[in-house]
Every structure is written in structure tokens, then in C-alpha cells.
Design a protein around this ligand. Sequence first.
Ligand SMILES: *Cc1c(COP(=O)(O)O)cnc(C)c1O
Length: 381
Amino acid sequence: MRKWKVETLAVHAGAEIDVATGAVTPPVHLSTTFERQPDGSYPHGYVYTRTNNPNREALENALAALEGGEAAACFASGSAAAAAVFRTLKPGDHVVAPDDLYHGITKLLKQVFMPWGLHVSFVDTSDVDTVRGAWQDTTRLLWLETPSNPLLKISDVVALSELAHSRGALLTCDATWTPPTVQSALALGADLVMHSTTKYLAGHSDVLGGAVIAKRAAGAFETIRTLQNLEGAVPSPFDCWLVLRSLRTLPYRMRAHCENAGKVAAFLEAQPQVERVHYPGLTSHPGHEVAQKQMQNFGGMLSFEVVGGEAAAIRVAANVELFARGTSLGGVESLIEHRASIEGPESTTPKGLLRVSVGLEHPDDLIDDLAAALQQTQRTV
Ligand SMILES: *Cc1c(COP(=O)(O)O)cnc(C)c1O
């Protein structure tokens, strides 16, 4: 394959004209089983759809190509993909993970994998020395999420991958917030990237899925492939078809998500009702320099803290009209969320924080909506 630029790759990766019909858009292969020849062979390589399916294989090939990995495995959700990564470890192994982390992964570790026998240190991974200090002889995995969720702290992937590799551990990045064209974690040194494809990769808030993409097909990824097949937390062929269809527009969607988020962040930073804006594209962000070094763009996610704390933040979220109040992210529509409420009683997120997934509406309309909500809030508190 010629070395295509990412927009071209996104349109063509995993695409083949259907040999049976000439269809340019791939058919959905719902069949769970595939015919065996009289000599016992499977000429197309498919046996049973849990093990492999043409739609899933096309999506996996496209994801591997876009992330620059040798192989990819798709799962029924991002959580199932993350669980497969943790299951490559053994009870007694130690994991270093961020203290500011997608709360579902925190809960997965605390409620499932720590009782199973993993030891986990949750530390500030935006400081390399803190990670070094947390290291143990049994540390086998460094898990990163950068920007982190919901504080958008930036961790230095190059420096941390050197640390992990010098101690014989693997580095996995949860790249859900940073799809290809925003950050290429494998190129920066990560061994695995994990995605909730539910978010930007699918991009339309209408399909749940996950993926693990590996720099090398050998090693830990072989265990992940085995778990995918034997445990069977696989996505349906139609779900794979939907995600692959969405990848076709990913670079253009991400360009607009990032541009809009930059404008919304700059607007919010100038507002007297806003205490702090967390967005790595702002020069005021403590991780801005590292972000500039390792990110191609600053992403479509941001959070901000409202003057007046929890009550004011909840009122701002109640007063917006264009933004939908909801969890999740990465869809075409903008979402706003009072994060501490959804994270529950163990949450350490500032109570006045609102998290925003900036969608593909016109940025002026988004800014007008936030401006009106902030003003209305100021009048009523
Ligand atoms: C949503 C999300 C997940 C979990 O993915 P699901 O598809 O909901 O299981 C993991 N990490 C991050 C950063 C997410 O936003």
C-alpha cells in the first residue's frame, strides 16, 4: 500500500470492492457461520463470527492502519477492551494509573481487578518523578489517559514510555479522547492504545464499541486476541459496519471538533463567571508545552469551573439550550455534564466543574448559548 496521508487512509483503509456484487460500500455479513469445503478447508478464512467476521476484520484493519499498529482487536465496548488489557496481567502484578482517570476504568480496577489480585497505584502521571516514585519491582503496566478525564492533565508519553520500557513494563494509552489526527500514542512510544469507539471513532452517539490496537502483533496482543475469541465480548457485524463508516470522516470531524473546542475554551477563559478552564490548547494550561510537543491538535474535550461552585455549575448546565445535558462524548452534538454527579460519592472532581464535549455545531452558536447561560446564572445566584 502506498503511503497515504491520513484523510486518504481514513476513506480507504479496510475498504475493498465486494467481489460477489461489485458493491463499493461493504455489505453487512450477519452470518454467524461460514461453509467448510469438502476437503475441510475454509477458503475465505472465516469459520465462526465470534472468532472472526468480515466486518470486524475490516474495522480492525482500518484501526490498525490509522493508529500505525500491526494489529487491532475490536470489542463490544471500550470497557471490555480495557478489561482485556488488564487480563494480560497476572494476580500479584502492579499497575500504575493516573489519579485523574475516566471513572469507569477506576471502578473497573477497584471493583473487579483489585479483588482479582492486581495492585494499583493511582498517581499524578503528569509528573514523571511521581510515576518513577510509584514504581515497584512487580510493576508490569503503566496505564495513561492524556489529556486526563475530566481535568485534562497532560502526561508526557515519550518520557513515560522510556521509563516503562527501561523497567520491562508495557505502556497503554486510553486514546478515546485522542483519536488519530489528534495524538498518535503508538508513535510516541505506547505499546497498546485502547479506544472506546463509542465516542469519536463512531462519532454519532449511536453505537457502543471498543478496540485495542497494538504496536506489535506478538506478545501481549496475542493474549488479547485469545481473550477476544474465548470470552466473546465482540461487537456485532452491524456495529462494526457503523464504526467503519464513521472512520471515513474522522479526520474532518476531528478538525472541526478541535477548532470549535479551541474557540469555546478561549471564550470561557475570558468570562468573569468562570474560575478556570481546562483545555491543553490554552497557553495558561500547565501541560500546554508537553501537549504542543506530543499532540497534533488539542482535542474536542474541555472542562471549566464555574464561580460559585456546585450550585452555580448545575444552574449553568440547566440554563443551556443548545447543549444537551448528558454523559458521553465525541458525537456531532455538543454535550455538557456536571461531572461530580455522575462519578458518584468517591469522586475527587471539583464540585463546580462542568465537562463539555464540543460538537460540530457552528462555534458562534455554542458560544452564544454558553454566554446566555452564564449571564442567566449570574442573575439568579
Ligand atoms: C467512554 C469511555 C470509556 C468506556 O467505554 P465504553 O464504550 O463506554 O465501555 C473508557 N475510557 C474513556 C476515556 C471513555 O470516555
